[in-house]
Write a protein that binds this ligand. Sequence first.
Ligand SMILES: [Zn+2]
Length: 81
Amino acid sequence: MLQTVSWLLPLLTLYLMTAVATHLVMSFAQTLMHYKLGHHPMGGKLFRNHINFHHSYYSKDHLVSKTYLSDWPAPHHDTRI
Ligand SMILES: [Zn+2]
């Protein structure tokens, strides 16, 4: 039993550290791309979509908002195809 724990603990620690590091790196990349591509014209189509869609529904002051600002389905949204 003790040998199993001594073998398993470093492996589980490695898995946990890998998951945490991956989460942090991807969160940082998402934040960086949000500001560098989504908020500057060099982002092109991503910039236009981000400003015209994303920030028309979510707060401009926060990356994450508990409140979804849309009143969808709103009268200005034509749901007919
Ligand atoms: Zn943004």
